[in-house]
Design a protein around this ligand. Structure first.
Ligand code: ZN
Length: 166
């Protein structure tokens, strides 16, 4: 819940470029699980953000691309449902995620070329069996990793990630 005028993100990071508080553990876990479920195809989905631009939910959606092993397209009907869900909660769609089941969690040239929104978080998970989840901004073809977003997949869902905050 946000109240008043305080907009300080939890954790107190101050990158000066409006960084989110980091990817919540449950969002990262959901992305990893969706990556496992969809493998060997690429998994994909959208990210809901709150009024501060912080990621609050991962919408795990079908990949409808005809070459799902190497590319992804978020299911349009799922995209619409995610938008409606986000709006109903006072959020908006502020990013997307997809997986690289067999490769590192870094944007490919195709990913960079397809990153059309400079305000979105672009999240990539990979490779299996122990994917990392990394968060990027991609603005006019320039990729910047958001250093708060790395989550080790070895952590079990439900486990408390104590001590991970500097
Ligand atoms: Zn990719």
């Amino acid at each position: 819940m946000s109240s008043g005028t305080s907009a300080s993100p939890p954790g107190g990071r101050s990158g000066g470029v409006g960084l989110p508080a980091g990817l919540p553990d449950d969002v990262g876990a959901a992305i990893i699980q969706h990556t496992r479920y969809c493998a060997p195809d690429e998994a994909c989905g959208l990210l809901g953000v709150d009024g501060d631009g912080s990621v609050v939910i991962a919408y795990c959606l079908p990949n409808v691309h005809s070459q799902r092993r190497r590319r992804f397209t978020v299911d349009p009907a799922g995209h619409y449902r995610a938008m409606r869900h986000a709006e109903a909660h006072g959020w908006s769609i502020g990013g997307s995620f997809h997986s690289h089941p067999g490769g590192p969690a870094i944007p490919s040239p195709t990913d960079i070329a397809g990153a059309f929104d400079p305000t979105w978080w672009y999240v990539i998970a990979g490779p299996l069996p122990r994917p990392e989840v990394r968060v990027y901004r991609i603005v006019a073809g320039v990729v910047t990793e958001v250093p708060t977003g790395v989550i080790a997949a070895a952590r079990r869902p439900g486990a408390v990630m104590a001590g991970s905050t500097p």
